[in-house]
Design a protein around this ligand. Structure first.
Ligand SMILES: *Cc1c(COP(=O)(O)O)cnc(C)c1O
Length: 347
């Protein structure tokens, strides 16, 4: 049996982009200082400060779960809580890593349409906290782009941060797909981060074309003290950091990160339009690299039989088709054509 085609299963089924692969080979030429004292790590941190146009503190960890959990542990004491969306990765897909690394903080999931936080729901959740009998609300964590493929505008983030500041709360962004959001908004990274009131960002590189490696960025140095110790204790200090930093640097040079994200976003739009032409319902606005569709169970089964792998995301019938940096027209054309065959075969 041929293995199922992975193109639309997830954006981490993709390989390493050529620029990152070349940088990996380049970092492999000879020996270099360890634990982040290599030239690539220094250059990367400077490049990130230039990209965000601010003197921020930058750390490298192996994956997104650690980036989120360590960042949130940094912003919270065990007696604090974190407000997030009910679909948030930190709530559903990280095996309690936030609770584990914070050593007692609580996640408070809230509802909101299209995967976005709704401040009325946040307000209601805050009212349900019983002063010192509940955890003290400390952080709002947003996902950008969201788990449902939508994107918060700068204005939406500013409103949420103003709300947070008024309540002495901090703002964290889970940016596993931050690149896709920036590409979609065509804005400067500062506009949807520190200028909009974001305190800490988990900036994803893996889904954007790396083998591994996410950045944790603190825009306010007041919050980053001893984070290097926290990351080390959590098992997230790479001894051969150049192999994470080198490819990251290659993503940020020549806007490779934005080109990769744009290719993924464009592919999602093409796929969505093609499916809509077949009359398929798009369940959420397609604003980044994810396409959510409602599919008849029979059609979904037939597509899988034809060799496509993809996830059912929301019961009973909402499926996610994800486009990676490596998405290509051939795969989209093939999937659309197979969709057409499935429809005619069940008629
Ligand atoms: C993929 C993803 C992460 C990171 O997941 P890891 O598997 O730990 O790298 C975090 N947040 C969101 C929204 C994601 O989609």
């Amino acid at each position: 049996m041929i293995p199922p085609r992975q193109e639309f299963a997830s954006d981490n089924t993709a390989g390493i982009c050529p620029e990152a692969a070349a940088a990996l080979a380049e970092a492999n030429a000879g020996s270099a200082p360890s634990y982040g004292d290599d030239k690539w790590t220094g250059l990367l941190c400077d490049r990130v400060r230039k990209l965000f146009e601010i003197d921020c503190d930058v750390f490298l960890v192996f994956n997104g779960t650690a980036a989120n959990a360590l960042a949130l542990a940094q912003l919270c004491q065990p007696l604090h809580s974190i407000i997030c969306h009910e679909n948030a990765h930190i709530e559903n897909d990280e095996c309690g890593a936030c609770e584990f690394y914070t050593g007692g903080s609580k996640l408070i999931p809230t509802r909101g349409t299209d995967g976005k936080i709704d401040l009325r729901e946040v307000e209601a959740a805050l009212l349900r906290q019983h002063e010192l009998h509940s955890h003290k609300p400390r952080v709002i964590s947003l996902t950008q782009a969201t788990e449902l493929g939508t994107v918060y505008t700068a204005d939406e983030i500013r409103k949420i941060s103003a709300f947070a500041k008024k309540r002495e709360m901090l703002l964290h962004l889970d940016g596993a797909r931050f690149a896709n959001a920036v590409a979609a908004l065509r804005c400067a990274p500062r506009e949807i981060t520190w200028q909009a009131g974001v305190d800490a960002l988990s900036f994803g590189g893996t889904k954007n074309g790396l083998a591994a490696g996410e950045l944790v960025i603190f825009f306010n140095k007041q919050h980053s003290a001893d984070f290097d110790y926290r990351a080390k204790q959590g098992g997230h200090l790479a001894s051969k950091m150049r192999f994470v930093a080198g490819p990251w640097l290659a993503l940020l040079e020549n806007d490779v990160w934005l080109k990769n994200a744009q290719r993924a976003n464009d592919a999602a739009l093409r796929l969505a339009n093609g499916l809509r032409d077949y009359g398929v319902e798009l369940v959420f606005p397609v604003e980044s690299n994810a396409v959510f569709v409602r599919l008849d169970a029979m059609i979904a089964r037939k597509l899988r039989e034809l060799g496509w792998d993809f996830y059912k995301f929301i019961e009973p019938d909402v499926y996610r088709l994800m486009c990676a940096w490596s998405a290509n027209d051939e795969a989209i054309t093939a999937l659309l054509s197979d969709y057409g065959s499935c429809v005619s075969s069940v008629r």
